[in-house]
Write a protein that binds this ligand. Structure first.
Ligand code: ATP
Ligand code: MG
Length: 300
């Protein structure tokens, strides 16, 4: 796998980084310790910037002109009614939409200032740095150990694999539950454990952003709480974007919230961003009636 993902930036602006490596030479170096919790601070640097992002599936205009910044070491929540484009937008952030033949993204998404859609950018490398966890836990039909070691093996990780597996499982708050059965099938774990295994698998390749599309919607309340606590821990080190239909969850776990809605014009349902603000503002003092109607349950 290519380590550098290629030159990506127009030649005029020499102050901008030219590759993901230049933009973030050592991911570890960008991970300074943070004060835990609290209200979001503008001191957190913008790590991802969506500018005028439009998404299409064939001729269908699914998402209209979304612009928002995502700050590092925060949790950003995407909320809104079904079909408003939350999954489409979150997938566009690590180029997962590339895998859908009809999907097309217009506009720009920059990561550490690098345009992720510029020619020469390797989507595989993008997905290593910007990992994803899906709604339904999707462990591979392999052992617990091999699930976590899978990504590092592919990228020819040369360090101590046992140590990396232990560290990833510990960070995903699963180590104590599985340390005596690492060679058991991942399918023998409960749903909540499988989801934490998928989180361990995602962080084993040292991403710095984790995208989570409804990661707890298939889980019971206890497992959901574990995932929420885990997000709180993980944001000390990672930037997290989460899609959720659970308003309490968005209010509990996120620092900033983006509310999307959908307009119906000539039979087409096109999603758009209505409001983006810190989570406390969205939930206590939204600027748009549409947002208020949604979070109070009058709509959607
Ligand atoms: N692979 C696809 N091909 C064609 N249209 C799609 C595809 N995926 C999504 N869409 C359409 O794009 C629009 C946005 O879908 P998306 O899945 O992003 O919404 P969502 O906000 O995540 O919804 P939900 O809350 O139900 O998960 C919808 O109208 C949907 O039907
Ligand atoms: Mg969705």
């Amino acid at each position: 796998m290519a380590d550098r993902i290629g030159t990506t930036v127009d030649s005029v602006d020499h102050t901008r980084p030219e590759t993901l490596e230049d933009a973030s030479p050592s991911l570890a170096a960008t991970r300074s310790p943070r004060v835990t919790g609290g209200t979001p601070s503008d001191e957190h640097a913008v790590i991802l910037e969506l500018s005028d992002v439009n998404a299409y599936y064939g001729d269908f205009h699914a998402v209209d002109s979304v612009s928002l910044p995502i700050r590092e070491k925060e949790v950003t929540a995407f909320i809104g009614p079904s079909g408003c484009g939350k999954s489409t937008v979150i997938r566009s952030i690590n180029r997962m939409n590339d895998l859908i033949p009809t999907a097309r993204i217009e506009g720009a998404i920059t990561y550490h200032g690098v345009d992720l859609y510029a020619p020469g950018v390797d989507p595989v490398e993008v997905r290593r740095r910007i990992g994803m966890v899906f709604q339904k836990p999707n462990p591979f039909p392999k052992s617990i150990y091999d699930n976590v070691a899978f990504g590092p093996k592919i990228s020819k990780y040369s360090g101590d694999m046992d140590e990396l597996v232990e560290r990833s499982l510990t960070r995903a708050a699963l180590w104590d539950e599985v340390k005596d059965k690492l060679s058991d099938s991942a399918y023998a774990l409960s749903g909540g454990q499988q989801q934490r295994l998928c989180i361990a698998r995602a962080i084993a390749t040292s991403p710095d952003v984790l995208l989570m599309d409804e990661p707890a919607s298939a889980l019971d309340p206890i497992a959901t709480l574990r995932i929420e606590e885990l997000m709180y821990e993980l944001k000390q080190e990672y930037t997290i974007v989460i899609v959720t239909h659970n308003m309490q969850q968005a209010a509990r776990v996120s620092d900033r919230t983006a509310f999307f809605s959908v307009d119906v014009k000539e039979g087409q349902r096109t999603g758009r961003l209505v409001e983006f603000a810190d989570t406390a503002t969205i939930f206590t003092n939204p600027q748009h009636d549409e947002t208020e109607d949604y979070i109070t349950g009058r709509f959607g």
